[in-house]
Structures are given as C-alpha cells and as structure tokens.
Design a protein around this ligand. Structure first.
Ligand SMILES: Nc1ncnc2c1ncn2[C@@H]1O[C@H](COP(=O)(O)OP(=O)(O)OP(=O)(O)O)[C@@H](O)[C@H]1O
Length: 338
C-alpha cells in the first residue's frame, strides 16, 4: 500500500516521541484522515531506534469487556515486555505478565502496578517506552472493583507517567471528537494534555500526489474541488483501472453520501426541520465557528450529526465542518433537492 505525503505530521510525531514526556498527546482528526496510518508509519520509521512502542489498536476489537481488555494489553510471559507476534509488519510490543498471574478478580491497582513494572523494565534496559492507544474511548464502559471507571483511572495513570514522572509518552488517537471534547473540558486533564490535529490533505499536496499518479490536468482540476482524504485517492486510482472516469466516480460518491445523510435524517427521531436548519449553515460555507455560529438549542442536532460522522467538530480550534469535502457536496445536494 502506497503512503502519500503527510511529511509534516510524520516529522511532528517522530520528533515528539523523542522529547521528554511531559503531557498526554491526543491525536485527533476527521474520520479516515489517516491518524492510524501516520502513527504506524512513525513506528515503522523508528523501528531501529531505542524506542519501544506499546501500540494497542482497539479499533480491531468489538467494544472490549474487562477480560478482553486484560488479554489485549497483557501477554503471559517470563519477560516484562515482548513483541506482539500477531503484528507481522510492525515491531510493536505488549506488556508481559507472569504465567501464574490470576486475571480473575484482579484489582485495578494490580493492573497499574504491572504496567508500571513493564515500563520501568524498558527504561532499565536503556530504552524509551512509548504507549500508543488507538480509539481509547472504546474502554469507556469498563469498570473494575468498586465500580471504578477504567478510563478515568487510566487517565490518572497517564498523567503520572507523563506530566509527573516523565517516564513514558502516552499517545491517544481518536476520531471521536465528542470524546475529545470531554477530555478537553476535564479540568485535571486539560492541563496535562496536548492535542495534534491530522486534518484533510492540503490542496497542493493532493495536486502533487495526483500528478505523481499520472492524472491529467483536467482530472486534477476536477478532483481538487472534491478530494480531502488519502483513501479517496487510492479509490480513484483503482476505479480508473476499472474503467470509471474520475468524474463518474466522484459523482457516484456524492450521490451515495447524500442518500446516506437523507436516510439518517428520515429515520431519526429528532425534528427533521431542525436538522436541515443546522445543515443549511453549510450551504455557502464549508466550515462554521462554534462560538459565533451555533446557538445552544442547535447543539443537540449538531451532536447528532457529529455522532453519525456527518460533521467533524475540531474542539481545539472551535470549528465545525463536514467530515470530508465530498460530504460537504452531499449536504449541499440534499439541501438543493428539498
Ligand atoms: N498517507 C496515506 N497514504 C495512503 N493511504 C492512506 C494514508 N492515510 C490513510 N490512508 C488510507 O486511508 C484509510 C483510512 O486511514 P486510517 O485508518 O489511518 O485513518 P484514521 O484517521 O485512523 O481513521 P479513523 O477515523 O477511522 O480512526 C486507510 O485505508 C488507509 O490505508
């Protein structure tokens, strides 16, 4: 699979993991903007460095239970940390735990003590641990002894590992911006966190990639109006090979998106008129300002559109926009057809 551009993001993350850890890093961005792909590329490019990446991709699992969380994060072994054998293309590690450790009735403090032991073992070996969790919000419904929320307690552990003790970087990737919103407004976390946006591809980068992929000038001009995400480029290339023109493919995409949005509205229990009213804010502009353009009573409808990945809320910059440019055209199409 070809990797397109993202030099700036790659460099940022490669440099970031080599600095002293001082805060938790939240990498966020619109759906499918390429957050995991960039992170995996960082791990690949640093595979011969002294960094030990503990990379847990929770996207691969259905929402985990407590037992599943333990088996995703730990592996029975006489080592304190060990290569994840299931990942053949990537040198990533799991926390090691002794063979006779009993996962039944385990207390959260014991789990955290084990994580600390593993991280300290890496440091003792003269290496630098980096913990990366993709789609961390999937742990939000796990509770341990006495009803303790795993996620809240993990945040305390992460603050301790980064801001307090500077032992280990903790990087959380997510496209769930309502989750980021909660984190951002959480007083003790906001002072211990940094945020990095992996956004749509820039027009000049798309142009460069399309030129390299031998698209002609006319095709490039057409594409530049509609493309924003890296996977769209790979799909266009494949469709071209299958004999579909760029214009046909894009028109079909916009149609499918428009159908999807209309179906979502038609099957929702919310007041249809209010959803359309919110969408009409995007009739003539691609992004709106949360503070200036959104009224309190509209937030319910905006949240609905964010949860359903029609809109993306960039909490840090106070901007709301469709999750992709193609989605923007789909919104405009359903507004025009009303
Ligand atoms: N720089 C890139 N070059 C080529 N393909 C890419 C690039 N970035 C992402 N992709 C492709 O786009 C798709 C989505 O990428 P990825 O899963 O990394 O996005 P994400 O932002 O992590 O997604 P999500 O929002 O679901 O968490 C994948 O098929 C991936 O291979």
């Amino acid at each position: 699979m070809k990797f397109y551009n993202r030099e700036k993001e790659l460099n940022y993350l490669k440099n970031y993991v080599q600095l002293e850890p001082t805060s938790i890093l939240f990498v966020y961005g619109p759906k499918s903007s390429g957050k995991s792909t960039v992170m995996m590329r960082v791990i690949k490019e640093l595979e011969n460095s002294n960094i030990v990446f503990f990379y847990y991709n929770l996207r691969k699992y259905a929402t985990p239970t407590k037992d599943e969380f333990l088996s995703i994060f730990f592996e029975k072994s006489d080592k304190k940390y060990l290569l994840n054998k299931l990942e053949i293309n990537l040198k990533i590690f799991k926390f090691g735990i002794e063979e006779n450790f009993d996962f039944n009735d385990v207390k959260l403090n014991d789990v955290f003590a084990k994580i600390n032991e593993c991280i300290n073992a890496v440091i003792k070996d003269g290496k630098r641990p980096v913990l990366v969790i993709d789609e961390l919000q999937k742990l939000k419904n796990i509770y341990f002894n006495g009803g303790k929320s795993l996620l809240n307690e993990l945040f305390n552990l992460f603050v301790s590992l980064t801001k307090m003790e500077h032992l280990c970087h903790v990087i959380c990737l997510t496209s769930d911006t309502l989750f980021i919103d909660n984190v951002y407004r959480h007083s003790s976390l906001s002072e211990a966190s940094e945020y990095y946006l992996i956004d749509w591809l820039k027009k000049h980068d798309i142009k460069k990639i399309l030129k390299e992929e031998e698209f002609n000038e006319k095709e490039i001009d057409y594409c530049l109006n509609y493309l924003s995400l890296p996977y769209e480029i790979s799909q266009l290339i494949n469709n071209k090979k299958l004999g579909l023109s760029v214009e046909e493919t894009i028109k079909r995409w916009v149609n499918i998106e428009a159908d999807g949005i209309k179906y979502l509205i038609d099957t929702s229990d919310l007041i249809e008129e209010e959803i359309y009213k919110v969408l009409s804010k995007f009739k003539d502009k691609i992004k709106i300002n949360y503070k200036k353009d959104v009224k309190k009573e509209e937030m319910k409808y905006i949240k609905f559109l964010i949860e359903n990945e029609i809109l993306f809320y960039d909490v840090i910059n106070g901007v709301i926009k469709p999750t992709s440019i193609k989605k923007w055209y789909a919104i405009k199409e359903i507004l025009d057809n009303r």
